[in-house]
Design a binder for this molecule. Sequence first.
Ligand code: CA
Length: 454
Amino acid sequence: MLRLTTLLFLATLSAVASDKPNVLIIVADDLGYQDVGFQGSKEIPTPHLDRLAASGVRCTNGYVSHPFCSPTRAGIMTGRYQHRFGHENNPVWLPEDTKQGLPPDQITLPQLMQKAGYATGAVGKWHLGAHPQFHPMNRGFEEYFGALGGGHIYFPDQKAGAEYTIPLNRNGMDEPQKKYLTEQFGDEASAYIQRHAGQEKPWLLYLAFNAPHTPLQAPEAWLEKLAHITDKNRRTYAAMICALDAAVGQVLDQLDSTKQRENTLIFFISDNGGPNLSGKGAGNFTDNSPLRGAKGMVYEGGMRVPFLVSWPAKLRPGTYDQPVIALDILPTAIALAGGEVPQDRVIDGVNLIPYLSGEKADAPHERLFWRSQGPLGNHAVRQGNWKLVHLHGDKPELYDLGKDIGETKNLVTEKPEIVAQLTAAITKWEKGTIPPVFDGPKQGKAQGKKKAKK
Ligand code: CA
């Protein structure tokens, strides 16, 4: 009798364990807000991302916590505004430097998922530090394949600076690049999903493409299919997105064929808005319309991004219009894994599932904050539809995003009470932050030169 009870108990446990969803986080790099089909692009075909969108919830007010690469990733990995621990700049590629990276005292998403019984893997761009202490496998991932820096050449024989030509890395060892990098990341992610199908543990896979970040390099086959785009740079950028879309399609197909798609929670985001790639301020190979601004700015074009959440087993397809942020990925994943978020620190993200499923009708966040270039830099806060932008050295600007998504009509003189309220909110939020603990690439490069001269 006792034995039967034990067996029943074990059977229940096993059923619970197998009910836990896999979690797949797909990150694009520097993708323009308008540059995928599900966001409205008529120019760039993205059938696979569109089918992912159709299978889930498109968050129309989806944000990342920074207008550029590494800090956003630090936010994803910790569920915290990265300003709380000084990760406000891109680390410089200095493998001997123990400061330039995600601080080791920060607890990461994969560490928490491992604790909750998940297998953890990462494929793609890392950009959270070059020193071995920052390696993905020292930060909670059991497996890694990818490019450890802030970007990488796409074809094996291309020339570029040191960071973009470092050897690819598999589980701590160098490995040669075999093919167009986006395709290779697609292969690797697909292989991970196949390898973990039918295993006892559910899995977390962080799939961070470096596409369509520069350098602008695309396969000829995609370029040929995009002959309708006359600008050569825009066509190359678009072809890089098509390759990314195909890689996502390969991953979705693998989930389907291994019967894991239904119970896999997928996030898709870009790490920041599309940059102004012309460098001249006039043209722009990316399209962030209808948003104002681009990568690096705290206008919407800097950090409002394509944002999908798909979990066919539990979430009905549709759109969700309340503001959400990539910081929410960690608490959402941990809640579904049955794990616990750290209690000894502030976690800024929230579990989105009750909101996306309609169980909770209020907004997940009262306010969202952004800060770039330190306490004396550029700030923004969003509360409901109000957005206050305060650029360093300038007067504050106030926009009503409900009526003016393009931030064209500054209402700062009409609504002084809102300006005062939001300014006070920023001041209060700042008290939970610290100045950057490492410099951005400009100062870092200068330091690097000094070192080289010695
Ligand atoms: Ca980026």
